[in-house]
Write a protein that binds this ligand. Structure first.
Ligand SMILES: Nc1ncnc2c1ncn2[C@@H]1O[C@H](COP(=O)(O)OP(=O)(O)O)[C@@H](O)[C@H]1O
Ligand SMILES: [Mg+2]
Length: 336
């Protein structure tokens, strides 16, 4: 069943429930409004994002799926602070991504977001063990806090991780949480792909970011290992409450998360919400329902199969009914 979810900024009723401020207010941990990214190479313009709207609530885990070239990586690169959008607004954990200066950008990448990429080689340093890889971002943060602490008027480093043994304990806790404590002393080449990605999640979580971003973290893994890594991400989200956005080509991902957002042509087109219901015999049953996303000015994308099956193109007739909107193909002969 496909129904419209009337909403002003790409949020769903389920995601909006409990959101501070309610609809239209800044309560979301990730808020993208009319996000545009245009790449211009050799005089050719590519609109990778064409007015994308997305809202993710604090502590939520959301999957983003879409065909190759639909703009998923462009979105994640912007949210990770590595790229700036051409237009629109993007706010993550209260930081305006279009207004960040170079210093804020470094702090943002180090403390506000953690990221996991598809290529395992991009996540881990090959000559360091799993333990050393997770320790590295902690040492970097401690180093910069020590430098900051020497300057007057700057907050001293958080006492919890001030000592080497605190940091070592944090590394062990993270490796245990990701169930890779037994490979702590191994280098990436001595680990399986799934183990490498779970260590990569530990690295991303080292400095307790508010938001965890992952771009196709299971792209190089087989099916069984992909499920393991997705479940590990869900476990981290559940245990730490970190807001999580995971991009994946894996169509079965909606079985692992409560909300899946589909991107088509640089825009969020549909959302799938999954919930558990109890039937009349008291048995738990998973129900998933797909919604079209309606943006603030009323635009929505009709699914490809609707377009082809009714030969809808160029223009359609709309009719407002008491409880729904009808869409009909335009038959030119009617005008005569
Ligand atoms: N740095 C870039 N320069 C030019 N075009 C780019 C660049 N990055 C992405 N694109 C284009 O933007 C579109 C979206 O790409 P991308 O975000 O990588 O999609 P996805 O991750 O969904 O496969 C594609 O047409 C791609 O070719
Ligand atoms: Mg990509």
């Amino acid at each position: 069943m496909t129904v419209l979810d009337l909403d002003d900024d790409g949020a769903t009723d389920a995601s909006r429930r409990g959101a501070p401020g309610g609809p239209g207010q800044d309560g979301g941990e990730i808020l993208c409004r009319d996000l545009v990214r245009i790449f211009a190479t050799d005089g050719v313009e590519v609109q990778a994002l064409q007015g994308l709207n997305l809202r993710v609530e604090p502590g939520e885990i959301v999957a983003v799926v879409g065909a190759s070239g639909s703009g998923k990586s462009t979105l994640l690169t912007i949210l990770s602070g590595l790229d700036t959008p051409t237009g629109g607004t993007a706010t993550v954990a209260g930081t305006d991504l279009l207004a960040m200066g170079p210093k804020e950008r470094v702090a943002y990448q180090r403390h506000t977001v953690g990221f996991v990429w598809q290529q395992t080689s991009r996540n881990l340093l090959p000559y360091l063990t799993a333990r050393e890889n997770v320790l590295l971002p902690l040492e970097l943060a401690a180093g910069s806090r020590r430098t900051r602490a020497r300057r007057p008027g700057v907050a001293p480093m958080r006492p919890a991780l001030a000592t080497r043994s605190d940091r070592a304990r944090r590394v062990d806790d993270l490796l245990d949480l990701l169930e890779v404590g037994h490979v702590a002393g191994r280098r990436p080449a001595e680990m399986s792909g799934g183990q490498q990605q779970r260590v990569a999640i530990a690295v991303a979580m080292a400095n307790s970011p508010r938001v965890l971003l992952a771009d196709e973290p299971t792209g190089e893994l087989d099916e069984a290992t992909s499920v393991e890594v997705l479940e590990a991400m869900r476990g981290v989200n559940r245990e730490t409450g970190v807001t999580t956005l995971v991009v994946t080509h894996d169509p079965t991902v909606s079985e692992h998360v409560a909300r899946t957002v589909q991107i088509r042509d640089g825009r969020t087109s549909t959302e799938t919400l999954r919930r558990t219901e109890t039937d009349e015999h008291g048995r738990a049953r998973h129900v998933s329902e797909e919604f079209a996303v309606l943006d603030r000015v009323g635009r929505l994308q009709l699914p490809e199969e609707f377009l082809t099956s009714l030969d809808l193109k160029d223009r359609v007739r709309l009719a407002l009914e008491p409880d729904h909107v009808g869409v009909w193909p335009h038959e030119p002969k009617e005008d005569r």
